[in-house]
Design a protein around this ligand. Structure first.
Ligand code: SAM
Length: 262
């Protein structure tokens, strides 16, 4: 009997999931069209070889900026998304007269030069593209890449899509994490929201650091979202025993038992 109930519950959940996904995909397509984002992407595609991001990232960023009107935006990884972010910021400015600043970080000189050359005149008042090489940055047991130097602003929104998470050590290449959000939050005096491109290792690290209640990974968007995080959410740094032991419980076979050989 309970097997039958489980099967019905699973089937119901699958139907709901499918309904949700198609509704959500419709929303994404509609948002892209109604806000002229497809035209922006078409335009940037003509001049830039940058990888760009998923449509879902463009919609997450644009809709967040239109709704919450952040004053300082940090983009880690310049490219097509820079245009979409600038479009939202420009629309906000036209409606409210309040000008936001976008700092867009790039660690590869050729991509920096390309971005500077191609940025449309209409977006220039809002965007500062900054070249800064990637360096290693460590926090607790986490190690990854961050930009060497980021302009100092009280950022409200951070988009994590760079720098290149790979680094080389003793001839070996490692694929690791994006550390700018962590480094920024360590010294930030106000809450910040982060939207993270499809970077699963980085999202897993954030969930260990900021906790599950603050770290969302959403389908079908394939984005990580952490809203209003502060340094108080840096659980690992506080070395709160309960928090750490709960992570061990989640990720290991936690048992009151002797080692198997005893
Ligand atoms: C995922 S891309 C950044 C994408 C950017 N947010 C956009 O929307 O285009 C991350 C980094 O890869 C590098 N990059 C950009 N386009 C690339 C390409 N076509 N091939 C290799 N690397 C690229 C740049 O250094 C960039 O900052």
């Amino acid at each position: 009997m309970s097997q039958l109930l489980n099967a019905i519950a699973n089937r119901w959940a699958a139907v709901q999931r499918k309904k949700y996904l198609s509704k959500s995909n419709r929303f994404i397509q509609q948002y892209l069209q109604e806000n002229g984002i497809l035209d922006i992407i078409k335009h940037v595609d003509e001049v830039s070889g940058s990888t760009g991001v998923n449509y879902e990232d463009y919609v997450s960023l644009h809709s967040y900026i239109r709704k919450h009107q952040p004053r300082y935006i940090l983009e880690c990884g310049t490219g097509k998304s820079t245009w979409v972010i600038a479009h939202a910021v420009k629309k906000n400015f036209e409606e409210t007269g309040i000008k936001a600043t976008i700092v867009s970080m790039e660690d590869k000189k050729p991509w920096y030069d390309e971005a500077i050359q191609n940025l449309p005149q209409e977006y220039k008042p809002f965007v500062e593209i900054v070249f800064s090489p990637a360096v290693l940055y460590c926090y607790s047991m986490f190690r990854g890449t961050a930009y060497a130097s980021i302009p100092d602003h009280p950022y409200d929104l951070i988009f994590v899509d760079g720098p290149d998470p790979e680094f080389e050590e003793n001839g070996v290449r490692f694929d690791t994490l994006n550390m700018d959000l962590i480094r920024y939050v360590q010294q930030a005096s106000k809450p910040v929201t982060a939207i993270v491109d499809y970077r699963l290792k980085t999202v897993i690290a954030y969930s260990l650091i900021f906790g599950k209640s603050k770290t969302n990974f959403l389908k079908p968007w394939n984005v990580g979202i952490l809203e209003n995080i502060t340094k108080n959410d840096l659980n690992i740094e506080r070395k709160d025993f309960e928090t750490l032991i709960s992570q061990v419980k989640i990720s290991s076979h936690f048992a009151f038992a002797n080692p198997s050989w005893i």
